[in-house]
Design a protein around this ligand. Structure first.
Ligand code: TYD
Length: 213
């Protein structure tokens, strides 16, 4: 049996990551793999309910962080772990790096508390932590992201934040990358959609060769 793979997609709102997830899914399906496409917060009926609350209701920062991790716990137990155990490819639109970037960087919430929650929620046997093996970080200047978002749909609680919030989120992603550099691939999302797509395929293909060698 082929082993499961866990890849996450990250970036500030407006960076354009969602389009490229489908491209990566096609890549794996063409190679005969079963792909589970999912997202956070969300991915299970309960986690999608939590998503509605957390994206639209004002709340205390600790409540917000706890709800993100509560949704994640459910998602891990119900969807991600079973899929990895079956040998599927899990492509997740955001995961814990988003909590560090948005709640930690953007909101200024305590990074250590987030680490504690991460250890509680993502614990595996033998002291290991469940993490994506590869994280594609679509990195973009918040001013360019804001221009892209301006023409998009009605913004949620996070999307309506000012550019300096997203500058802090971006710094949160950079900090997270510096803590765990080996699983991050930073993609310059200011390029054209096609150029970003080409880079995504190149990064994923090179990574696959490395892990299957
Ligand atoms: P997003 O992934 O951009 O979905 P859509 O493309 O449908 O808008 O929206 C999720 C929002 O939730 C995004 O603004 C980031 C935020 N978020 C957090 O603040 N913390 C988290 O842990 C996660 C997973 C997301």
């Amino acid at each position: 049996m082929t082993r499961g793979l866990f890849i996450s997609f990250e970036g500030i709102d407006g960076a354009g990551k969602s389009t490229h997830i489908d491209r990566v899914a096609q890549l794996f399906r063409a190679a005969g793999r079963t792909v589970v496409l999912t997202r956070e917060p969300g991915g299970t009926p309960l986690s999608e309910k939590l998503r509605e609350l957390v994206l639209h209701e004002p709340m205390d920062p600790l409540t917000e962080a706890l709800l993100m991790f509560a949704a994640r716990r459910e998602h891990l137990v119900q969807v991600i772990e079973p899929a990895l155990a079956r040998g599927d490819v899990v492509l997740c639109d955001r995961f814990t790096d988003a909590t560090f970037a948005y709640q930690g960087g953007g909101r200024g919430f305590d990074w250590q508390v987030l680490s504690q929650l991460e250890h509680m929620v993502q614990a595996l046997p033998h002291g290991h932590l469940r993490q994506p093996e590869l994280t594609l970080w679509f990195d973009l200047d918040p001013h360019i992201a804001a221009q892209r978002l301006a023409s998009a749909r009605v913004p949620d609680k996070f999307e309506s934040q000012p550019a300096d919030f997203f500058a802090a989120v971006r710094a949160g992603y950079a900090k997270r990358q510096s803590e765990m550099p080996s699983r991050f691939a930073q993609i310059d999302a200011s390029q054209s959609m096609d150029a970003v797509g080409t880079e995504v395929v190149r990064v994923v293909t090179a990574w696959l060769q490395k892990v299957s060698a």
